[in-house]
Structure formats: structure tokens, C-alpha cells
Design a protein around this ligand. Sequence first.
Ligand SMILES: [Zn+2]
Length: 236
Amino acid sequence: MNATLSLYLKAFLRLLFPEYCAVCGKVLRYGEPIMCHHCELNLPLVRFNDFTDNPAARLFWHSVEVERVVSLYYYMPGSPYKGPIIKMKYHHRHDIGRYMGRLAALVWQPKGFFEGIDYIVPVPLHAKRIAYRGYNQSEMIARGISSITGIPVKTRCIKRNSNTATQTHKNRLDRWDTMRRIFALVPRYTEGLEGKHLLLVDDVLTTGATTASCARELLTIKGCRVSILTLAMAHQ
Ligand SMILES: [Zn+2]
């Protein structure tokens, strides 16, 4: 099929099966893949000039030593910009993760955020959650970033433990210890990560506690450094 015909066919299919903006819900026009131009132009972008001292980085200052921290955009309770996150997590829209990941890379690459980073590591989901959802949304964001930066993604080096069901039977001290070990390294897949700079990718940053737990576990790899990128962050 020639290119022009293919374009017409795609436009025609859009008429038959319209797609909707992940933010405002309006019908998307041809060439608008995830959100309409208006919503994309008005995306409340995070504008940090410093990767080590900014509202996102400050969330980690007292819990874990990380290198650089950024997010793509702010969202507040009730904001329509929660839409892409909800659709990505609960409505099987893994394409949103990849698209937003590419957007984050396009915003932060010119500012040098990815310089010296060796691998991208998405915050893992528990295997049962992946089986239910079909994918890990943080991995989709990571894949989007990788498609722009060329930095490889490592998904097997760290896993999420399952422990919530048994926590109620433990005393407080044990429970704290369980919480601290939400994540565990998988030794056979951490080979070659010694001395590397890893970019930990998560979907949303609120208190930073879960992301910090994951970063702490990665930092037990000898000589490893960790930076963090999240898609959205709660507005302070
Ligand atoms: Zn829109």
C-alpha cells in the first residue's frame, strides 16, 4: 500500500473508531496520539534548573543518597492531568506510558539530565500485579525514555517482594523491617552493574518512600549510583 493511501486509511479508521484525549476527553484529531494539542501545550511541566536541589530531590534528602531527581509534570488532586496516569495504570493504556516517557526524555535530554547514565531501571511491580495488568507501567515509561536516549533498560535486576498479606500478623518492629525490604536484588541479573549509574523510573512521586526503598536496594550494588525520574509529582 502506498504511503498516501495508508494515511487516508488511518484517517478513515479514526473517523470510524475515534480516540479520546487522555486529559480532557475530547475526540482526538489525526496526528494527536494520546492527548490533544491544547492539553499537551498546557501540561503543567516541572521546571527545575537544579537536579540535586529541587522539590522532588528534597523528598529524598533524609532517606537515601541519590544523584539527580526530576519529574515531567505536576498534578494535584482533582486535576485532569491525573487522567493519563489512571488510564496507564488501570485502563490497559500502556501506550500512554511509552508516549509520556518519550516526552520526559525530550524535555530533560537537552538539559543534560541523562549524561553519564548507564542503565534505566523501572521500579518493579509484583509478578501477580503484572499478571493482572499485563505490564508494568514504569517499564513502559522507561522504554519510552530509552527510545529517545538510547540508554538500555534493565528490568530483571530487582524484584518486588510480596508481603502485605502477612504484615498484620507481625509485631511493629518486624513490620517496619518488612516494609524496608519491599524490594530485593536478583543477584544473577545484577552482574555488570557494579560502578554503574542507574536511572530509577517510577510513575508518580508523592512522599517518595517507595521509590527511596527501591533506590536503597539498588545502592547496595558495589559502587552504584542512582538518579530518579518520575512521570508526575504531587504538587507541594
Ligand atoms: Zn485534551
